[in-house]
Design a binder for this molecule. Structure first.
Ligand code: SAM
Ligand code: FES
Length: 349
């Protein structure tokens, strides 16, 4: 292996910042990734051992007021069969998940105005009063400081809001004019200030992404020091303006997961459904290079295929229990073990 590449990996693992040009080299250059992956796994196992945390994902609505160009449930996609879960159905998913061993529930959805501040606040309070040993994660998009604060005070523990790209011009190529890069960044800062465990992240191989964009993502993440980082390959959706673009690759996503593990040593990094969609063993491979979280789907089976962010999404047919058992087997097949735990981040811990 090139001695300079090895030196960059070592410096990263020792906590140093890299310049944009150094990042570009590490990301772009073709080299044997064995050393990088070994280092990433060693860091992962130092902080989290062989444990893998599970999060029960509940996709509460596929209505969205936004029109993100890459996203299958964007406002202008008239082919989507829209649904929103009732509060009772959401609570049923939580009950079912608790019995299956979940201690974190992620309520995710499009930006659906029917899930307003009061409704989400009440939902969070109900879940937390029934299951005080569980964490609630919200992933409901861009809101005002006061909304985030109310949900936090109601008991929400974590918030996932991928920044999507840390390059302002690239952001403008992925989103319509009314969506503002600086507002998304403001949201992330607000969430951190309020005290949430915060997750950011991006798609690997999104349209118009350059290596410099990825380098900026890495610099942003190193400075922001999030508790969680969600990344997965971009996968095209047939009914979006990006339908003709190539998907992101397994190889590049794995490399970015390993680099993220060295950059944010204690972060929670999921092996995402998108990774499992581009390769049958994608999630296992993600775990083998530094990821430590999996997010099985707890949404009712009859809405699963309607939350279609990209084509060929996996796990749309299975019951929650089947999904959990399948993932348990997959996790064990690569030497790790799913644990019953809230699985809090050790960042700042
Ligand atoms: N509305 C919330 C938000 O904006 O954060 C949460 C839902 S949004 C659909 C969740 C994530 O899905 C996005 O942050 C994006 O990175 C990812 N996503 C959307 N379309 C995708 C695609 N075509 N391929 C891969 N990931 C995609
Ligand atoms: Fe809103 Fe995708 S455009 S969730």
């Amino acid at each position: 292996m090139d001695i300079q590449i090895k030196d960059l990996i070592d410096r990263l693992a020792d906590g140093h910042s890299l310049s944009i040009d150094e990042w570009i080299r590490l990301i772009e250059e073709k080299y044997d990734t064995t050393y990088l992956y070994e280092k990433a796994v060693a860091v992962r196992e130092k902080y989290y051992g062989k444990e893998v945390f599970i999060r029960g994902l509940i996709e509460i609505s596929n209505y969205c007021k936004n029109n993100c160009t890459y996203c299958g449930i964007r406002r202008d996609n008239n082919a989507v069969d829209r649904y929103r879960l009732t509060d009772d159905l959401i609570l049923e998913c939580v009950d079912n998940g608790y019995d299956l061993g979940f201690r974190t529930f992620v309520l995710q959805g499009g930006e659906d105005l029917s899930f307003d501040t009061n409704r989400v606040e009440a939902l969070v309070k109900t879940i937390k009063s029934k299951y005080s040993d569980c964490a609630v994660t919200l992933s409901l998009g861009e809101k005002d400081y006061d909304d985030y604060l109310r949900w936090f005070e109601a008991g929400a523990d974590r918030y996932l809001l991928r920044h999507e790209t840390a390059d302002c011009d690239h952001y403008a190529k992925l989103h319509p004019k009314e969506m503002d890069f600086y507002n998304r960044m403001r949201c992330l800062q607000d969430l951190m200030k309020i005290g949430y465990q915060v997750g950011c992240g991006f798609m690997v191989g999104s349209p118009y992404q350059t290596t410099e964009c990825l380098a900026k993502d890495m610099q942003f993440i190193q400075n922001f020091n999030p508790h969680m980082i969600g990344i997965g390959p971009f996968i095209s959706h047939k009914d979006t303006p990006f339908s003709e673009f190539e998907n992101g690759t397994l190889e590049m996503t794995l490399k970015m997961i390993a680099l993220l593990r060295l950059t944010c040593r204690k972060a929670l990094i999921p092996a995402t459904t998108a990774l499992g969609t581009v390769a049958p063993d994608g999630r296992e491979r993600g775990l083998m290079v530094g990821a430590n979280v999996v997010m099985p789907n707890l949404s009712p089976t009859n809405v699963r295929d309607k939350y279609s962010l990209y084509d060929n999404k996996i796990c749309t047919g299975e019951e929650a229990a089947e999904c959990v058992n399948c993932l348990k087997r997959r996790v064990e097949s690569v030497g790790y073990k799913i644990v019953v735990s809230r699985g809090d981040s050790k960042v700042n811990g």
